[in-house]
Design a protein around this ligand. Sequence first.
Ligand SMILES: NC(=O)c1ccc[n+]([C@@H]2O[C@H](COP(=O)([O-])OP(=O)(O)OC[C@H]3O[C@@H](n4cnc5c(N)ncnc54)[C@H](O)[C@@H]3O)[C@@H](O)[C@H]2O)c1
Length: 484
Amino acid sequence: MSTKRSTNPRPAGPVTTAPENLRITVFGTGYLGATHAVAMAELGFDVVGVDVDQAKVDALAAGKVPFFEPGLPELLEKTLATGRLRFTTDAASAVAGADVHFVCVGTPQQRTSHAANLAYVEDATRVIAQHLTKDAVIVGKSTVPVGTAARLRELVAATVPAGIDAELLWNPEFLREGKAVGDTLHPDRIVLGGVSERSEAVMRAVYAAPIAEGSPVVVTDLPTAELVKVSANAFLATKISFINAIAGVCEAAGADVTVLADALGHDVRIGRQFLDAGLGFGGGCLPKDIRALMHRSKELGANRAAALLQQVDEINMGQRERVVDMALEACGGSVLNKRIGVLGAAFKPLTDDVRDSPALNVAAALHLRGAQVTVYDPEAGDTARRAFPTLGYGTSVDEAVEECDVLLVLTEWKQFVDADPQRLAGLTRTPRVSTRAASSRPTSGVRPAGSSPDWAASRPDDPDRRVVASPAGPSRARALQPRA
Ligand SMILES: NC(=O)c1ccc[n+]([C@@H]2O[C@H](COP(=O)([O-])OP(=O)(O)OC[C@H]3O[C@@H](n4cnc5c(N)ncnc54)[C@H](O)[C@@H]3O)[C@@H](O)[C@H]2O)c1
């Protein structure tokens, strides 16, 4: 285990409970909070998950995870059965008697600016502080702009009942949807910002199991902890937009961006992950986090960071337009009354999260241009229907593909990647796979959201154009012969 310390900004704080008796609340039981609450119970603590959404609380209390996350339903069932985990909307009763309060509520993008909406974080922190009946540690896990935690400390100081000592620190979360359970129980790092000696001891007790396994602990100040999280997301987003920009150069120069990425990835300083040219990033984190960082950087006068992130965002959004253009080209310039099959709605595989989903963005853009769009996703059908009720939804791959003029594979679910393009082509209106554009160069540089499969794109001059995008790798697609 490696441990780094830069500062210890506060004197020893509260909490005298023995580590094994720590009682925990988790405010916000969405993708982050539900997973965190279950994981804390799995680690042996008494946990109450608190949310303002009664339906979510009822579902979790009944053992139903209201979203798709592999492994979480089983762990929820197991931890509920121990009696150590419960869920409530009654914040006052949850807070009373607990020692550690995690703030896991949402920080979405504001409707009218790129800044993060901090209203939920402020509300949850205020509610925790005002209901405290004993000394406690308040732990921020939500992703927030740098400077937020310092302001929340003032809010806590102004709200907490007299005689109660409440200490606020920041412990950003790095879990990935689709791998959230493993990431929470076995974090690749634990960042603790703004701890005192006492609250550091409390956090080390909370994370005793992963620390014993070797998870590195980074102890730092509040602003660094806040910035670690958004910088990590900004770096990943930059890597994706970098390869998508280079894909444009490859296309112009006749180079193969996939081989290029493989070759780049052999360099351990670069690495292969997040170097798949494609539809770009989406979801509930990366887009809003880079925008919030852009906004905050400008406020702080760090204009170069803001300019860099602006480019990253523009390149990313441009990828969605390119796929729309590909579909238009494949249909001879207009998709009006064309049938378009879309495989994928989630922003990446292994989740049902459709927040800022590139796949649905493309589907909706084509629908707006008059296409009849049928979307299929193995898990995100319901969330997609709620977000985009006017699109058509199929209940199987075949239903989305049947009789379509153009098929777009936009989320990299394994079943789409493994699908046989020749069989799919047989279901389309004209049963042909365009092979001419399935060169060893994925000339579009565009792939399903997420990462790896190559897919073939038909060219507008191709008389056989029907399946504009297939999940087949270029070599596999090239082997297919058009069926007249
Ligand atoms: N989803 C991820 O993969 C992930 C990973 C790391 C960090 N984060 C960060 O975690 C935070 C939460 O993200 P999420 O994806 O879980 O969001 P989410 O929208 O799924 O969940 C947020 C939950 O907070 C609840 N809530 C709002 N106000 C509340 C209040 N005052 N008291 C109690 N509950 C309240 C909402 O009802 C909702 O259930 C965000 O800051 C996000 O950036 C998310």
